[in-house]
Design a protein around this ligand. Structure first.
Ligand code: PMP
Length: 295
């Protein structure tokens, strides 16, 4: 059965789900998006994702023509239409159709698109054995430009770094900011563990405030681990005891090597493994019910 895709309140098959080539999302990367997960009939931290989407839209002065409550319902309805309980959900709000100039004033109506599909994950082996990553030469966007706090449709900065990862034959790349501090990866936030302390770069390092990052910070605190948001360098990354990444698609995944340097003893660390387990339990418990009448 073909998936059903939400466009501006209507559902279309994959073949018929189309927007104009004059959409400024296509012409200029003008818009915002979200990646959200559903686990076993519950959407994980849906409100937090919707808030981030609307915050990004606010900064780029894109008026989403649905209220947050209507957006939530549209997402749940898309999951129901596709009979999904475990899913990856992509919400895209583009500036909409305009002319060939870049002026957003020429785009009267945004396009709102929701795609819900089965998820393709990193292979289980990587969760058990960890990832090798590199540092990209491409720097993360400066917050004074396209602020990384917005999940904008302009992902070329991250794609350039992803190309570097591809060239190096590894699945992810660490991105530094223009001050040479570690910011995040192309599609994941980064954490290190040093002497038992769980450390992740602060927002002012120029990062997306990951929903998974927030959940892991909460979990670590609840588990009694010292937690800190602080800047760190590549040197501190190389010499960390443990390293892991967080993201909606990746969840929590260990890193065992950066630029050829083994992290710790080159195996996923104990704190990382504890957090992977705790996160998996958390997503089973928490979330907005897709099929509330089933209970
Ligand atoms: N950083 C970037 C650049 C991302 O694209 C993502 C994925 N959305 C993340 C971090 C992780 O954020 P989240 O945990 O909200 O998926």
């Amino acid at each position: 059965m073909s998936i059903k895709i939400y466009i501006n309140g209507e559902f279309f098959s994959k073949e018929d789900a189309k927007v104009s080539v004059f959409d400024h999302g296509f012409l200029y990367g003008d818009g915002v998006f979200e990646g959200i997960r559903a686990y076993n009939g519950k959407v994980f931290r849906l409100e937090e994702h919707i808030d981030r989407l609307y915050d990004g839209a606010k900064t780029i002065m894109l008026n989403i023509t649905l209220s947050k409550e209507e957006m939530q319902e549209a997402i749940l309805e898309t999951l129901r239409k596709n009979n999904l309980k475990d899913a990856y959900i992509r919400v895209v709000v583009s500036r909409g159709e305009g002319d060939l100039g870049l002026n957003p004033l020429k785009c009267p109506k945004p396009n709102i698109i929701i795609i819900a599909d089965k998820i393709s994950l990193y292979p289980q082996e990587m969760y058990e054995n960890g990832l090798r990553v590199i540092t990209a030469a491409t720097r993360r966007n400066v917050p004074e430009g396209v602020n990384p706090q917005m999940k904008s449709l302009n992902y070329l900065n991250n794609i350039l770094a992803k190309i570097e990862a591809n060239q190096a034959g590894v699945p992810e790349a660490v991105m530094l900011n223009v001050d040479n501090f570690v910011a995040e990866c192309t599609g994941d936030n980064i954490f290190i563990v040093k002497k038992g302390k769980v450390i992740t770069p602060p927002v002012h390092s120029g990062i997306l405030i990951g929903v998974t990052r927030n959940a892991v910070l909460e979990l670590a605190e609840k588990m009694g681990m010292p937690v800190s948001e602080e800047t760190f360098t590549r040197h501190q990354l190389f010499t960390a005891d443990e390293c892991f990444l967080t993201g909606t698609a990746a969840e929590v995944i260990p890193v065992i090597e950066v630029d050829g340097r083994k992290i710790g003893d080159g195996k996923p660390g104990e704190i990382t493994r504890k957090l992977i387990k705790a996160f998996r339990e958390m997503v089973k418990e928490e979330g907005v019910e897709i099929y509330p009448d089933d209970n």
